[in-house]
Write a protein that binds this ligand. Sequence first.
Ligand code: ARG
Length: 464
Amino acid sequence: MTDHSVDSNPWSGRFTQSMDALVEAFTESVSFDQRLARHDIAGSIAHATMLGSVGVLSAEERDAIVEGLRTIGADIEAGRFHWSTQLEDVHMNIETALTERIGQAGKKLHTGRSRNDQVATDVRLLLREEIDALAQVLTALRRAIVDLAEREADTVMPGFTHMQTAQPVTFGHHLMAWFEMLGRDAERLAEVRRRVNRLPLGAAALAGTSYPIDRAMCAELLGFEGLCENSMDAVSDRDFCIEFISGAALIMVHLSRMSEELILWMSAQFDFIDLGDAYCTGSSIMPQKKNPDVAELVRGKCARVIGHLNTLLVVMKGQPLTFNRDNQEDKQPLFDSIDTVKASLAVFAGMLPTLQVKRDNMRESARGGYSTATDLADYLVRKGTAFRDAHEAVGHAVRLCIDSQRELAELSLEELRKFSPIIEADVFDVLTVEGSVAARDHVGGTAPAQVRLAVERARKQLQD
Ligand code: ARG
């Protein structure tokens, strides 16, 4: 203790004035980084264990530290721990409490370490755990989609391009398109996890430390797959956060697209589906209303995560090596991205099984809009017509339908033969929506048989 020490900060030796109250409120992070507490303690236990093993700490000191940290962890979990903004962040709150509890040995915990490598370690530990939790909800949602796709393998609906009726598809096929999107998301998360799962500890402030540390031991104790191999990069890198939020943003983009479709399909104009009451809300003024608010909120929350991605990219842009306090701004966007994507996936996984399909309406709608015109052209091609000529002949037939307000299947054989004399009675097989979807019977096609195969492959994938 020097006599000009001004407060309880660890750096009080260097300072002669205490911190301005506004600055204390401005710089503190404990109000949000206390979420790292469990990981901070795990990191400190590993660090102390390693220091004990290389002889920097005595066995007694090590044991006192580990035991003290455990009791602090228990108190935090029980809500008995007092957090102080004066102590700035989660790291100093815990370290200070440790010294209060165990005395002198507590002051040795920070040997060979800095908050710079400490915080990077904590965030990686937290994110690794959250990625694993996310992977589970993502799987639950993908399961719900597969179940629905199996149920609706034969259901015919209109497929759209430009939001105009294009060709009939099966609803099961449409759902399996969602499954593909989310499958890539799962792969992406697994890839990000590999880069998250590397140990920064040992980098100390930026240059490494002069103590004979054993980084590999720390990595092993904490379950990291490897080390951050350059101390300067280790303390400054936040790529792993950016990669994660980028993956999270893409998940949200996918969910927003699914939401948009559910919202459209539930409108009176489409009237394709209904969602369970438990996942809808009413109107305070219009008694008849049932609104798909959950889907709308997911669509809206997508904006937050895209915003967080932008925030992190800009936080890092132009930052010189190594640690800068800017990096403290990584936490709130990261935490909110995690929470938002997790909640959105969970609510979607619960909502989808409540989806009721109005199959007749879907089929009726698929029959409109001359959706089997391509099938008629393909029919002509199979009978020897060049595709461009077939395209033109069918175009004339569609024109007649528009003028006489009929569908292609409602034209008589004689009328059809005026556009091409090679048309025969079997043409009506391809003009039905069922015939149209059944004909697209190859890997990736919309035929009910292919949907069933896709469902089978999906189930196998979800088992691994
Ligand atoms: N609270 C900081 C963060 O969230 C970690 C502490 C490092 N602070 C410092 N002045 N070196 O990243």
